[in-house]
Write a protein that binds this ligand. Structure first.
Ligand code: HEM
Length: 167
């Protein structure tokens, strides 16, 4: 082999090694970081880590009926879930745990009571379709708040009585 050929193949070997170290090792490190930090793929833009309860990267999202959701009221299960506009969030026991201010919303589809600023669950688990524009704005502010601080763990599955409103 000529001297040129030797130095070209040495250079190629060096470049492949550098590529391996940069791409493969670096890639693995990023994947590992994503798996251990609760980074949920598409949600990388979120910087409001402060209110996050715990990482849920490996928690499978699933559907919850009102009966399923009711299990997560902080009494039967320490994990507390609340649905807003049918998106189920894992929320902070400091606000929603037993004896706390907003416990009445724990384990509920709470769109209607929050839209109407009612501190009880009389309107829970019901569709918000007939709410006023002002109530819908209030509801959207809560959705924005929840999106900024709480992990989403699934979706609410309505039963038929969910739609029996405004009649
Ligand atoms: C006198 C009336 C009220 C006062 C003084 C009050 C006060 C507060 C305070 C201090 C916070 C915590 C803010 C923070 O640290 O992030 C909060 C959050 C909240 N409030 Fe109220 N509130 C009142 C009425 C209501 C009513 C009527 C509702 C709904 C029916 C409501 C629902 C909420 C919810 C859902 C949160 C968010 C908790 C979270 O971050 O998960 N509040 N309120």
């Amino acid at each position: 082999m000529s001297k040129v050929a030797v130095s070209v193949s040495a250079l190629a070997a060096l470049l492949s090694l550098a590529y391996y170290l940069l791409e493969v090792k670096g890639y693995k490190k990023n994947v590992r970081r994503a798996l251990t930090s609760g980074d949920e793929g598409g949600k990388r833009g979120h910087t409001h880590k402060k209110g996050t309860i715990r990482p849920v990267a490996r928690q499978q999202q699933k559907g919850y009926t009102k009966e399923d959701l009711a299990q997560y009221d902080g009494v039967q299960n320490p994990q507390i879930l609340i649905s807003l506009k049918r998106k189920v969030y894992e929320v902070d026991p400091h606000f929603y745990g037993p004896g706390q201010h907003y416990h009445c919303f724990a384990g509920r589809e709470a769109s209607r009571p929050l839209a109407k600023s009612q501190l009880n669950d009389a309107e829970a688990n019901k569709y918000w379709v007939d709410c006023t524009d002002e109530e819908l704005e209030t509801l959207d502010e809560y959705v924005e708040l929840f999106d900024s601080k709480y992990p989403v763990v699934g979706w609410f599955i309505p039963s038929e009585d969910f739609f029996n409103v405004g009649k």
